[in-house]
Structure formats: C-alpha cells, structure tokens
Design a protein around this ligand. Structure first.
Ligand code: PGA
Length: 263
C-alpha cells in the first residue's frame, strides 16, 4: 500500500491523471473503474485536457462506474449517469457501448447486479479502480457494516452519507435517494490497481482509520490494506491524522528518485 501526500487537491489530480495516462499508453484497451462525487472532478478535467491537448485516445477504453442511485431517473440532474456525461463522457472518445453505469431502472435488480459482475469479467477485469472515500470510510456505497467480500448489490445509504449528499439536492436530505446499486467490496478488491483520492480535513478521520486502523467492516476502505496494489493519493489536510506521515513522504520521495534514475 502506498500513501502519496501532496500539498493541494490539484496535485492529487495531476498524479492520478498521470498514472491513468501512463497505463492507457501501455494498454489502449484499459478497463477503468470510475467514481463520482466532488473528489474525482479534477481528475476527469485533467484527463479531458490530455485527450484534447495530447490526443490521449480513449477509443478502446471500457468503463464501469461504482454506483448509481435508485429511485431517480437517469436524466435527473443528480444521477450518476448525468454526472458522468457532464464531467467526462461528453468530452472524451469512449464508445457509448463501452460505458457502464449501474442501471437504476430495472424490474429485476438481482439479475442486473449479476450481469454487471459478468460484464466486468468479460471485459477482462478492472485495471484501475478510482475511489473516493466517505467521512464514514465507505467506498462506493458500501456503508459501514458491508460484507468485505460483497459483490454488486443494492444498499441503503447511511445517515452520514445522506447528510453529506444533501448538498447536491439543494440541502434537502429528504430529496436524497435512500438506496443505491453499488459494486461490492469484493468487486473493488478484484481490480488490479486501486487509486483512492481524498482531500480536506473532513476526510482525515476516515483516512487514518482506513490506512492505519484495524481492518473492519465498520470502515470498508480499511480492506484496501489487503489489496496488492492500492495507492492513497491525499492532500495534507486529509493526511493530518495519520501517524506515519514522515515515512509515507520519504517512501514516495525514494520511489520517485528510483524511477527517475531508471529512465
Ligand atoms: P466526495 O464523495 O468525493 O463527494 O467527497 C466521496 C464518497 O462519498 O465516496
């Protein structure tokens, strides 16, 4: 597990976008797991810029989003379908048929969730999964208490998630859908690489528990300690409750030095 600490949220974006660009240059048919929320917006902007200015080609890329609300139409301004087209899909050349977002209007959710898992497998598995983290330590909509080996399924949102997401619904907590389809923690753990981005003081408690606390279903992101290739890319504020900051910074500086010598 690698922890990269940067002074500002903008630098997180630069590092995450460069990791994705390098992976895409090596593997044009990259399979990306994508996240919504405030945190990855800068990352999508940076990737769009690379597409426009460096001709970064997404034409063979396949994407799978982590989650989607149940109970609002996909055209709703706050649906994750709308989010993804407004922040990313409109501006890059990922074929529509390669874009996957959990379907929130199905008459058979169980069947849909199985088919979502099957689609990930038949695409060859997720190469890079982008993650945010909730203040309660959730990843996707896997709330505290989620099985650490769960697969794509329906979850009810915790009250802290409903409260955090109310800002996207004019501050109306009652307007936030209470349920969502989410990839499971087991689904996320199958990704070959995970990039978890977090910024701001509000995330510092969750980050400290996820990185340095015990592995527990009560902090779903803590399972990433068991993942062979996870990078936490966080700003100083989100890192502020970690105990081993000096070590993480020195490790990253050493890795950077080694990489530049090898080039
Ligand atoms: P945020 O959400 O990026 O809007 O903070 C992260 C999450 O809840 O997973």
């Amino acid at each position: 597990m690698e922890v990269i600490i940067q002074p500002t949220p903008n630098q997180l974006t630069v590092i995450a976008s460069e990791i994705i660009r390098d992976a895409l240059l090596k593997k044009p048919n990259l399979v990306l797991g994508l996240a919504t929320g405030s945190t990855p917006i800068g990352l999508y902007k940076a990737l769009v810029k690379m597409h426009r200015e460096e001709n970064l080609d997404f034409s063979k890329v396949t994407t799978f989003n982590l989650d989607e609300y149940i109970g609002i139409p996909i055209e709703h301004p706050q649906s994750y379908h709308t989010f993804m087209s407004e922040h990313f899909f409109e501006y890059v050349n990922i074929p529509t048929e390669n874009q996957h977002i959990p379907q929130n209007t199905t008459d058979n959710y169980e069947k849909f969730c199985i088919s979502y898992e099957e689609a990930i497998v038949s695409a060859g598995g997720i190469d890079i999964q982008v993650l945010g983290i909730g203040t309660d330590g959730h990843i996707g909509f896997n709330e505290a208490g989620s099985s650490l080996s769960s697969r794509t399924r329906i979850k009810t949102l915790s009250s802290s998630t409903l409260k955090a997401n109310a800002m996207h619904f004019d501050g109306q907590i009652n307007a936030v859908p209470e349920m969502a389809i989410t990839m499971g923690i087991g689904t996320i753990m199958d990704a070959k690489r995970c990039l978890l981005l977090a910024s701001g003081d509000a995330k510092s408690g969750a980050i400290a528990k996820a990185v340095e606390g015990p592995i527990t279903a009560m902090v779903p992101a803590s399972i990433l300690q068991m993942h062979p290739k996870t990078t936490f890319i966080i700003d100083e504020a989100a890192a502020s409750k970690l105990e081993e900051i000096e070590y993480y910074k020195r490790s990253y500086a050493n890795m950077k030095k080694l990489m530049s010598q090898n080039l």
